[in-house]
Design a protein around this ligand. Structure first.
Ligand code: FUB
Length: 338
């Protein structure tokens, strides 16, 4: 493809990304995109109106199942491959099937998902399939030692996979210290160190943690951990990890300031140094994304609530080209910019 036609294609995509959800027959959110078998597979949340009033625990995000979407290219049609997993088939889970992710190893596909148990505590489960689109068969128990929400699984070039997870407030991460739950634990005060996402290496069978989860450090420009009061930069939810060159890019949502940010490190475990903003606020309270390379171009998959007229729990996934500058910085995307 010539430079001109490639840039024309990207311009078309940018225009489409600003205005068009990838699908409109259902609401979708939290898109985790991967290239499997030469195609793009997206593992989103499947939003619907469960009729639950909005509250600070996010109970209005009452999702019950997952649909996998497939695309031959980022500017092509997104095909709904149908229900991949339903909460009624997960013995340990009762409700709130929140942001999932997927990974592959040795011809099997693994869907990782958070859900609330009957006691209202989030854990993370895994379900297995022979195909990227599922259906997925859930394991009878949640991943032992898992907690909170938003699993994101990164497989490094040596084949080792790591799960990042965690989310504040309704996601319950503030209730954990040293991997133990405490009903009285809260988000630290403004001047204290911010809580970090968690990481655990996965066992070779991809169904268990091979180690106790560790906290991931995000540092400021002076090498100091971000403060809990630094709401424009501190981790809130929506972990994602991509590798660009020999650097590891950890990206995340700042939650109540509605930004997608990134931080850069030399190891999957971090520490990561804050790098900047990826996406300015979208319509809707939440922002959540994934970053994937397809045929030499990087893309940001994200969501907003425009299609539903701003209903925060009825979101639609979109895609936009993402650029790393020559020095590795990510160019900030304004989802509604010219
Ligand atoms: O979709 C439910 C929750 O909203 C996700 O788990 C969070 O990341 C936020 O997008």
């Amino acid at each position: 493809m010539s430079d001109t036609s490639e840039s024309n294609n990207l311009q078309t995509l940018a225009t489409k990304a600003i205005s068009q959800p990838l699908v409109t027959h259902i609401y979708t959110a939290d898109p985790s995109a991967h290239v499997f078998e030469g195609r793009i597979y997206i593992y989103p949340s499947h939003d619907f109106d469960a009729g639950i009033p909005e509250n600070d625990d996010g109970d209005h995000f009452g999702m019950e199942d997952y649909h996998v979407l497939r695309m031959d290219s980022p500017d092509g049609e997104a095909v709904d491959c149908g229900v991949a997993l339903h909460v009624k088939d997960v013995t340990w889970a009762q409700r709130q099937m929140w942001a999932p992710d997927a990974a592959t190893k040795d011809g099997k596909y693994y869907l990782y998902f958070p859900a609330k148990r009957a006691d209202g505590i989030f854990q993370i489960g895994v379900a297995v399939s022979d195909c990227p689109e599922g259906p997925f068969i859930p394991e009878p128990e949640a991943v032992q030692g898992s907690y909170s929400i938003d699993p994101a699984v990164f497989t490094d070039e040596d084949g080792v996979s790591y799960m990042y997870f965690g989310g504040l407030w309704g996601g319950q991460l503030q209730k954990y210290r040293d991997n133990a739950y405490g009903a009285s634990f809260e988000e630290p005060a403004g001047g204290e160190r911010a809580l970090g996402p968690r990481i655990a290496r996965l066992a070779p069978d991809m169904k268990e943690f091979a180690e106790a989860p560790r906290e991931v450090l995000i540092l400021d420009e002076n090498g100091q951990p971000l403060h809990a009061g630094d709401h424009d930069r501190r981790f809130f939810e929506a972990s994602w990890l991509h590798k660009f060159g020999d650097k590891y890019y950890f990206s995340y949502s700042t939650g109540n300031t509605h930004l997608l940010c990134y931080a850069v490190g030399d190891s999957p475990y971090g520490p990561f140094t804050y790098g900047g903003r990826i996406l300015t606020p979208v319509v809707g309270w939440t922002t959540h994304h994934s970053i994937v390379e397809f045929q030499g171009q990087w893309y940001l998959f994200y969501h907003d609530s425009i299609l539903s007229g701003g209903v925060t729990h009825l979101r639609s996934i979109k895609v936009a080209p993402l650029h790393h500058e020559a020095d590795g910085r990510i160019r900030t995307i304004d989802p509604y910019g010219a």
